[in-house]
Design a protein around this ligand. Structure first.
Ligand SMILES: [Zn+2]
Ligand SMILES: [Zn+2]
Length: 156
């Protein structure tokens, strides 16, 4: 499906095609929490980077987090005016792009099951609402965004 998104001040708008648009993957890591997840986690989707179209690209700034003393290859794109987190792009996986669900204006399908990842980095105050059908991981999950959609038969 075609996903359309924007930052809060509308300086940046974008569209991207996704076969994996279910917002099921909650990341509780400290980077997501501080930069994009005030409720304790952020949700990234998987999309096809070659289909990304951006208006207002000059308003975007990139943040690379330092993890264990090394700058991450993951580029967190955000609006330099309103600070909205837009997407993560990692040149090590150039065909993929990971828009934040929070930046999207297209109504997303509701995930029947969720994955909770990086729970080892969760803040004390964050309550994990994970019914029995959800998967929980201390660090990275055992399946990709694409594999989750395949397992549930939800590829678009
Ligand atoms: Zn903005
Ligand atoms: Zn994260």
């Amino acid at each position: 499906m075609l996903l359309k998104g924007s930052c809060h001040c509308q300086a940046v708008t974008f569209s991207v095609k996704s076969h994996h648009p279910y917002p099921f993957n909650r990341c509780y890591c400290s980077i997501c929490r501080k930069t994009a997840g005030g409720g304790g986690y952020a949700i990234n989707l998987g999309a096809d980077s070659s289909t990304l179209r951006v208006s207002g690209e000059e308003h975007i700034t990139i943040y690379r987090a330092v993890i264990d003393g090394e700058e991450s290859t993951g580029e967190r794109h955000f609006c330099q005016h309103c600070a909205s987190a837009l997407w993560v792009y990692d040149p090590e996986w150039p065909e993929l792009i990971h828009p934040f669900a929070s930046a999207l204006d297209t109504p997303l399908p509701s995930p029947p099951k969720k994955t909770h990842m990086m729970l080892g980095s969760k803040a004390e105050w964050v309550e994990v609402n994970a019914p029995i059908q959800d998967k929980c991981f201390y660090a990275y999950p055992d399946e990709s965004l694409a594999e989750w959609h395949q397992r549930l038969g939800l590829e678009q």
